[in-house]
Design a protein around this ligand. Structure first.
Ligand SMILES: Cc1cc2nc3c(=O)[nH]c(=O)nc-3n(C[C@H](O)[C@H](O)[C@H](O)COP(=O)(O)O)c2cc1C
Length: 170
């Protein structure tokens, strides 16, 4: 049986939700990470992924000016970093300086790969769309990377209030 419910209540049933960290270079040359739950694969051939970024996020400027970004699938060991990058703004913080994590240069775009992530996808901005209070950015994947250790678990948000934990697909 289904019970009609307000959207704000019904949407709290969405968990677990995948977490990604997108990294884009800002106009000052600083690499800025943002934690995102709203993300999806949109095409396999060619490979593409989308992220939804709020209009007030500093990352919007970084993505639109650089035209490229990395989407990292963080591992469970990166929960604290994901929370930091998802609660501080690059507008007034150098997030990688204040909460450093292992990173390495991307190969095809001017951004960073997160070394301990389960996987990293290098994206060129292919399309954008205003969707209410967020921008939808679609990236064409130009290079993909995986963690050399296949047993590393992926980070998910397990419940409201950014309660995070690991889920590992079989
Ligand atoms: C688990 C988690 C998921 C989040 N999902 C999104 C999201 O999908 N879209 C978004 O715009 N912000 C999301 N946020 C909030 C941003 O990460 C946060 O506002 C961040 O401080 C913006 O950084 P920036 O101003 O440097 O871009 C999320 C935060 C957390 C912790």
């Amino acid at each position: 049986m289904q019970v009609q419910e307000r959207y704000t209540q019904a949407i709290t049933r969405k968990y677990p939700e995948q977490v990604v960290i997108a990294v884009a270079k800002d106009p000052q040359g600083k690499y800025n990470p943002i934690t995102l739950g709203w993300t999806m694969i949109t095409s396999h051939q060619p490979p593409m992924m989308a992220i939804a970024v709020g209009h007030n996020r500093y990352s919007k400027e970084a993505i639109e000016t650089s035209g490229e970004f990395v989407i990292a699938f963080p591992s469970s060991s990166m929960a604290e970093a994901a929370l930091f990058y998802g609660t501080k703004s690059g507008r007034d913080t150098d997030k990688f300086k204040e909460y450093p994590i292992a990173a390495e240069p991307a190969v095809e775009v001017d951004s960073l790969l997160l070394t301990d992530a389960v996987a990293n996808f290098e994206c060129k901005l292919e399309a954008k769309l205003v969707t209410g209070d967020h921008m939808l950015y679609v990236g064409r994947i130009v290079a993909s990377h995986v963690n050399a250790d296949p047993s590393v678990k992926r980070l998910y948000t397990l419940g409201p209030g950014y309660k995070m934990g690991a889920v590992r697909p079989e």
